[in-house]
Design a protein around this ligand. Structure first.
Ligand SMILES: [Cu+2]
Length: 510
């Protein structure tokens, strides 16, 4: 097993052929459960300063904002005093925070200096399919891929990460992830913390499991994938941020491969959520905790008294996300607790923060009228959607109109979590049924939604309009083992009356 530390107590092994969520899996797999969570490595000394990924605003080429990214191998001190081989963008691990504005034309020149093919996807962007960076846009070693698009969506905290078919989990796990911020006129007018790295702080939450010598343990568990036992924030363990202001905006990204995080302040004080995946909420929401499944984001406002210390922690979900208890049920980590990030307050002279704005983005209030919309159903079951594994040569859905659609997504498993992400889209959650789990994040415009066992969500989905019969977009579970094992499908957007004419792997150029 890859994670001996996780298996110290109640270890058991499954038989040769097992039933998981109704689907027989072979060959033999092993899984472990433990309620005695070991102390993660790298959390026993003094905290280290939170690394802030460099802000990268690109260079203007005429009216086009151009970024240069290079994927490469490096090494990083993820654990204190230990060197870990990693992958990163323009550096050893993770990537710079890219910043763009609504209305801008952008291009990113991505050169792959790794020794294997990857792809880079702009998670949360509406853009042409050939530029989306899904599995049909390979960047071979030594090659450069240059997607171009026009930013045409509200301000949001998006991100970018690899998306090669069957390899996404490993490429992300090795360190390839970065934030992509969109600004617009609405954010210009709001009194929100906006000084990057000072009071506007990226918080990229991932995890890993390490060999004794510091190398990443890359053994993929057949059930838990690359669920790491050690949480990382911006690429290190036990991070601390020294605030110089009494209010900070934390842009929280769950960039983990498989782990959900139920986040709260250790002092149990409330905080304000101001945005969901696809942009600002109409108004702030005061909450005590927030649940992020892999790939989900929220921006939160945290207020601090001078000299105060507050700790962002991940705490157990009392309901285990609706997964029944029992010896034969996989432990997905919903009972784990972690200290993630210590934030210390400013000096005595820091001015008191103004009132939290009562209105954020009024345009985010309305839900599209879907009374006569096309409805499609998606049943998630173990590694399949609608009984099918991902096939790069198959188009699952063809959309030949500009209107919103209703996508009804059901998690048919009784003991597995899933979530659901749609490329080139944003959606409102119209309903969540079939579960008692109340922590699922359903607020605001989103691109990823969590699905407890047996639950169904109805989504009102708005797609970007870039008709192209040749190159598909993806919809998939963002638990990366599930995605890599086939829990993904393809849709194309075409002109009215047009049919899909898939050209696999044609997404490397226009
Ligand atoms: Cu899944």
């Amino acid at each position: 097993m890859s994670q001996p530390a996780r298996m110290t107590r109640r270890t058991f092994f499954r038989g040769a052929a097992v039933i998981l969520g109704g689907v027989a899996l072979a060959p033999a797999i092993a899984a472990c459960t433990t309620s005695d969570q070991p102390e993660p490595r790298g959390y026993d000394g003094d905290p280290r300063p939170l690394p802030i990924p460099p802000l990268y605003e690109g260079e203007m080429d005429g009216d086009r904002r151009v970024f240069a990214l290079t994927t490469r191998a490096g090494q990083a001190e993820i654990l204190p005093g230990v060197t870990t081989p990693t992958w990163g963008f323009n550096g050893d691990v993770l990537g710079p925070t890219l910043r763009v504005r609504r209305g801008e034309d952008v291009r990113v020149d991505i050169t792959n200096e790794l020794d294997e093919m990857t792809t880079i996807h702009w998670h949360g962007m509406k853009l042409p399919a050939w530029a989306d960076g899904g599995p049909h846009s390979p960047i071979e070693p030594g090659a450069t891929w240059s997607p171009e698009w026009t930013v045409d969506q509200p301000a949001a905290t998006l991100w970018y990460h690899p998306h090669p078919h069957e390899k996404t989990a490993l490429h992300c796990y090795r360190g390839l992830a970065g934030m992509l911020l969109v600004d617009d006129e609405v954010t210009d007018r709001l009194d929100l913390p906006a000084e990057y790295g000072v009071d506007d702080i990226p918080v990229v939450i991932t995890d890993a499991t390490f060999h004794d010598d510091g190398r990443l343990d890359e053994e993929i568990d057949p059930t838990l994938g690359l669920l790491g036992d050690t949480p990382l924030v911006n690429g290190i363990t036990n991070a601390s941020f020294a605030a110089t202001t009494r209010r900070v905006r934390l842009r929280l990204l769950n960039g983990a491969s498989m782990r959900f995080h139920h986040l709260q302040r250790a002092d149990a004080r409330p905080f304000h959520v101001i945005s969901s995946d696809s942009g600002l909420l109409p108004a702030p929401q005061e909450v005590d905790s927030v649940l992020l499944s892999p790939a989900e984001r929220v921006d939160i406002l945290v207020d601090l008294a001078p000299g105060e210390e507050t700790i962002l922690e991940s705490v157990p979900l009392d309901n285990n996300f609706g997964i029944p208890a029992g010896e034969n049920v996989t432990d997905f980590g919903f009972g784990d607790s972690f200290t993630l990030l210590t934030v210390t307050g400013p000096g005595d002279n820091a001015p008191e923060p103004s009132a939290v704005p009562t209105t954020l983005d009024p345009n985010a209030e309305a839900t599209p009228d879907v009374g006569s919309a096309v409805r499609r159903e998606f049943a998630l079951n173990t590694f399949r959607i609608n009984d099918q594994l991902m096939d790069m040569n198959r188009v699952d859905v063809t959309i030949d109109h500009r209107d919103p659609e209703v996508w009804v997504v059901t998690n048919e498993n009784s003991d597995w979590p899933h979530n659901f992400h749609i490329h080139n889209a944003r959606f409102k959650v119209l309903s969540l049924d079939g579960t008692d789990v109340t922590e699922v994040l359903t607020t605001g415009w989103k691109d990823t939604v969590a699905l407890p066992p047996n639950s169904t969500v109805e989504l009102a989905v708005e797609f970007g309009w870039h008709p192209d019969p040749a190159v598909p977009y993806m919809f998939h579970c963002h638990m990366l083992l599930h995605e890599d094992e086939g829990m993904m499908g393809q849709f194309v957007i075409v002109e009215p009356g047009q049919e899909a004419a898939l050209e696999p792997m044609s997404g490397r150029s226009h």
